[in-house]
Design a protein around this ligand. Structure first.
Ligand code: SF4
Length: 312
């Protein structure tokens, strides 16, 4: 491994979450606001990836009235080794879900709505028609809101991606999650090149922002992180999120290293140097973390005609 190695007995410990470094203690948001978000989600029988994935930012995001909706049920057809979402018999597609989601997003006053799903390899289109239905419903019901979709790879079906893009989301996000070398262990049913092809196709479609994200702490080294950022830029990705992997449950992969905050600054510089328009990198960054801010920053910079330079 090159660079500083943060592997420790603590990181490799039995629960992988004990004695977390201080920079990983999650900031808490407003408890009252968080309770209001939860109440609204329960009332609409809606799920969020924030809760299902045990995101460490939940206090902060719910506290500022934001959440990432999880559609197509809370059971996944894949078994990625980093994820907390349960594998199991997937629920039937709920045709009323788009309308309930729009109602909840409206009541929560969201101006940027992020929607993701479990992988639905049991459905012929991987769930693309439902994603598209959600985007169309948001366009009709909340025309002032912008929409970000964080999509699975749809098993590589190009027509599924095209169906989602035809609904004209503002941001198309698809996470590569880790470096290609670790796919067999981390994402055994996924394919790195398939994900790159999806991102490239999204870029060619003209969607205004193509985004991806990955975690560090799964066994990659810093050279691989830099190479991955350059690969994503080369394949048309415009913005990338990079965050620390945290083991969500005992059966999940242990944390291989805790990366210090300053190293995330290096990743950001490397990504900007490779031609990405924005890199949001930090221990607690997740793919939907401050998604509204990230999009606004990219658009402001485009309007001002001054691309970000490495070091800014
Ligand atoms: S970072 Fe994303 S997934 Fe995590 S709580 Fe915030 S909105 Fe939810």
């Amino acid at each position: 491994m090159t660079g500083r190695d943060h592997r420790s007995a603590d990181a490799a410990g039995a629960d992988g979450r004990s004695r977390l470094p201080p920079w990983l203690r999650s900031p808490q948001g407003s408890a009252a606001s968080g309770r209001a978000v939860r109440r609204r989600l329960r009332a609409g029988s809606l799920s969020t990836v924030c809760e299902e994935a045990r995101c460490p930012n939940i206090g902060r995001c719910f506290g500022r009235g934001t959440a990432t909706f999880l559609v197509l049920g809370d059971r996944c057809t894949r078994c990625c080794a980093f994820c907390n979402i349960l594998r199991g018999e997937p629920a039937p597609v709920d045709g009323d879900e788009p309308a309930r989601l729009v109602a909840a997003a409206g009541e929560l006053n969201l101006d940027h709505v992020v929607v993701t799903s479990v992988s639905r390899d049991d459905l012929a289109d991987g769930g693309a028609a439902h994603f598209a239905a959600v985007v169309y419903a948001l366009r009709a019901g909340l025309p002032a809101a912008t929409v970000e979709v964080l999509v699975p790879d749809f098993g590589g079906r190009r027509e599924s991606l095209d169906a989602v893009l035809a609904a004209r989301p503002d941001v198309l996000n698809h996470n590569v999650e880790t470096v290609a070398r670790l796919y067999p262990r981390v994402r055994p049913q996924a394919d790195f090149d398939r994900s790159l092809r999806l991102l490239e196709r999204a870029r060619r479609s003209g969607v205004s922002l193509v985004k991806s994200g990955f975690m560090v702490g799964l066994g990659e080294d810093d050279d691989e992180v830099r190479a991955l950022l350059a690969t994503l830029a080369w394949h048309g990705v415009q913005a990338v999120t990079v965050g620390q992997y945290l083991r969500p449950r005992l059966a999940a992969l242990p944390v291989a290293r805790y990366v210090e905050p300053e190293r995330f600054e290096d990743y950001r510089e490397a990504g900007i140097g490779a031609g990405l328009e924005e890199v949001l990198a930090g221990p607690l960054v997740r793919s939907s973390y401050c998604a509204d801010d990230l999009r606004r920053r990219v658009l402001r910079r485009r309007l001002s005609g001054s691309p970000l330079q490495a070091g800014q």
